[in-house]
Design a protein around this ligand. Structure first.
Ligand code: NDP
Length: 483
């Protein structure tokens, strides 16, 4: 049943704690050779069966997500849709992306056959956040599993049941040892996983925790993927379809009550259309329903301490002269925050320099698109961005100038719904990629193999080579490539 919006439940049903990490990693390591051994086809069959089971039980997953986060039914359904699509893509493409392929061996080494393939690392640790407790972990989990690794998942302490539900349904769909294990508990459990000598850690969460994760992983030289926070921006050019831009801006800023890493927090709109754009944004945001009601568009702020951060950002902006277009400090009825729209916010206020992670949208006017590009790129973060313009080729050119891992032109967050596209950021937003071919390769070690087809006419790699061999080769290189 998914009609009422349940309040977020913060107590955990299962707490395994840091002490359980060693056993989980050991069990995952034991299962890994079997999982790698069934090959791409065997893993595709298993992951497809898991996806089918997840979709059959979609309502149940929606309920588990809502019980732990309180998010609206539609926000939870979005997660289920994305989980299924990303799982399907990883299972279907792993063989093609990671399997052995021939590469040209070149003139010098013509007698060799050259191949490259991507082998599993072993056991991958995945540390996930609470804001999209199913969709976010499924990116690294699906890629790591499809590549032949086994996984130990540490969900946020706020959402352990979602992680456990995913692991249990996989175990139900697939005969054999568990290839996805869950360890629950607070940050200490995550820290223990970083120190458990797993073969890679995929971390998604705040940039501050990302730094701690990286420091802990450094002790064992464990490689990491860091998917950190963001301060995503939209550029609205003078020729943009303002209705479409305003509609997208409000959805990207307010859905999931603004608790989205690639949620929209800043808009830079060209002056000549700024007033009209602001009116459209204000009207749309004002029509949204917030709270504990079945038809709500915005559910609760999940992390209680986040309420203070959001409030501090709004207060600081207003104290520094920002114009309040909608809402303000009266928008707070904990754990809910109704939409807030601010305009003309000074660029050095925390509402523009730090991640707000709530339903607050800042709209600042700029004289031209070039100024907008400079403002977008001034952030320490560089996760997603969007550009609205009537000229798509100009949109692509602007996208190319943005310091962001992902950009949507005349759309928002479209990249997250395309499983073939790599997802990740630069700067304080982290490094490494999940999703797409890059996301699959992230959880592998590259292996180059050559195999001699016939004895070479000239053998440079031998002390027994004929005199003059190297001089002949230099002459050959000059003739071929020296002009
Ligand atoms: P946190 O950084 O607080 O936590 C993320 C995960 O790390 C949780 O499972 C947490 O456990 C765990 N953790 C905490 N301390 C440690 C530690 N010392 N060592 C290892 N693990 C630890 O982030 P939130 O859960 O609050 O998520 C919100 C943040 O995530 C936002 O900044 C958001 O932008 C970002 N995010 C980024 C995404 C991206 O793809 N770039 C996607 C989604 C969110 P516990 O919760 O139990 O403390």
């Amino acid at each position: 049943m998914t009609t009422e919006t349940p309040a977020p439940r913060h107590e955990t049903d299962v707490t395994s704690g840091p002490g359980a990490v060693g056993a989980a990693v050991a069990a995952a390591r034991e299962a890994q050779p079997w999982w790698a051994g069934i090959g791409f086809a065997g893993r595709k069959k298993a992951l497809d069966a898991w996806r089918v089971l997840i979709l059959r039980r979609a309502d149940e997953l929606v309920d588990v997500i809502r019980a732990e986060t309180g998010k609206t039914a539609d926000d939870a359904r979005l997660e289920v849709i994305l989980v299924a699509d990303h799982l399907r893509w990883a299972a279907a493409h792993a063989g093609k992306v990671l399997g052995r392929r021939r590469v040209p061996s070149g003139l010098l080494m013509f007698n060799q056959s050259a191949t490259v393939e991507y082998r599993p690392l072993g056991v991958v640790g995945v540390i996930g956040p609470w804001n999209y407790p199913a969709f976010i972990p499924i990116g690294p989990v699906s890629a790591a599993l499809a590549a032949g690794n086994t996984v130990v998942l540490k969900p946020s302490e706020l959402t352990p049941a979602v992680g456990q539900w995913l692991a249990d349904t996989l175990a139900e769909a697939v005969d054999g040892p568990r290839v996805l294990r869950v360890v629950t508990g607070s940050g200490e459990t995550g820290a223990a996983l970083c120190r458990a000598a797993v073969d890679k850690i995929s971390f998604t969460g705040s940039s501050a925790t990302g730094r701690r994760v990286m420091a802990a992983c450094a002790e064992n030289l464990t490689p990491v993927v860091i998917e950190g926070g963001g301060k995503d921006a939209m550029i609205v050019a003078a020729d943009a379809d303002l209705d479409a831009a305003a509609d997208a801006a409000v959805w990207a800023a307010m859905s999931n009550a603004g608790q989205t890493c690639v949620g929209l927090e800043r808009v830079y709109v060209v002056s000549e259309v700024a007033d009209r754009f602001l009116r459209l944004v204000g009207d749309r945001a004002a029509a949204l329903r917030t709270g504990d009601r079945p038809d709500a568009d915005l559910g609760p702020i999940v992390l209680p301490r986040q309420l203070e951060i959001i409030k501090a950002h709004v207060r600081d902006a207003v104290a520094r002269g920002a114009r309040v277009v909608l809402g303000g400090t009266e928008s707070f009825t904990p754990p809910y925050v109704a939409p807030i729209v601010l305009a003309d916010v000074p660029e050095d206020s925390v509402a523009l320099t730090e991640e707000t992670f709530g339903p607050v949208l800042v709209v600042n006017r700029v004289t031209c698109v070039d100024e907008a590009v400079d403002q977008v790129n001034a952030s320490a973060y560089g996760l997603g961005a969007s550009v609205y313009t009537g000229d798509r080729s100009q949109g692509r050119r602007i996208a190319g100038r943005l310091r962001a891992g992902m950009v949507s032109v005349n759309a928002v967050i479209a990249f997250a719904g395309i499983p073939a596209l790599p997802f990740g950021g630069v700067g304080d937003s982290g490094f490494g990629r999940v999703h797409g071919p890059d996301g699959l390769r992230e959880f592998t070690r590259t292996q180059a193999v050559t195999s001699q087809r016939f004895r070479p006419l000239m053998q440079p790699n031998s002390f027994g080579r004929a005199p003059g061999t190297m001089q002949t080769l230099v002459r050959m290189m000059r003739a071929l490539y020296g002009r």
